[in-house]
Design a protein around this ligand. Sequence first.
Ligand code: MF3
Ligand code: CO
Length: 237
Amino acid sequence: MREAGALTAKVLQEVAAMVKPGVKTRELDRKAEELVARYGVKAAFKGYRGYPASICVSVNEEVVHGIPGDRVLQEGDIVSLDFGVIYEGFYGDSAVTVPVGEISSEAQKLLKVTKEALEKGISQAQIGNRLSDISHAVQTHVEENGFAVVREYVGHGIGREMHEAPPVPNFGLPNRGPRLKVGMTLAIEPMVNVCTWEVKSLADGWTVVTKDGSLSAHFEHTVAITEDGPEILTKWD
Ligand code: MF3
Ligand code: CO
């Protein structure tokens, strides 16, 4: 899981570094493919339930599962990149939202708050805590800052499958659900919208957008619960 996480992070970091005005979303997918081949891993998403690409690229009001294509990134956009690998049968899964050039102060705040919400959730991934302590920490931080957490899509256990039990919601009361134990690995992934938490799917069968067209951000790490606290397996250099 450490290796899978490290390779996931490496690819995601390199793809994120390519984001700038004028880049086509398909070029980001091509870069991910190239790196996957170079590092000798498999892209976890390609072919998953028929998903056609190696990376998800979701721009502005797109929440998750955007399909890379001919869209050209513009100054002021925000772009969520979600990527995972399979390494020796184990999965890594991680997401980041990055600015394209200069972005509005509202967009900057959205990125900051979503990243912080992920960090707050991760800090609850401790032996003896219960699963919903993570959920509650995420929701509290997001709502304190006036934003909304998506309900329809959630984090998940991860290991020999990308999606394992338990689901890891980004909302809920504390002190509910299973106790966290050493060795558990979770994908914690707040999806945060500026206005309503409601989402809908587009006709392509994949792209999820905010119902009201407001901006959305997504940060995700694969995290292990250890004796020494949470270990972020998809940490960047
Ligand atoms: N990375 C997503 C998750 O966190 C799954 C991507 S769906 C796929 O659960 F179809 F793109 F693979
Ligand atoms: Co995930």
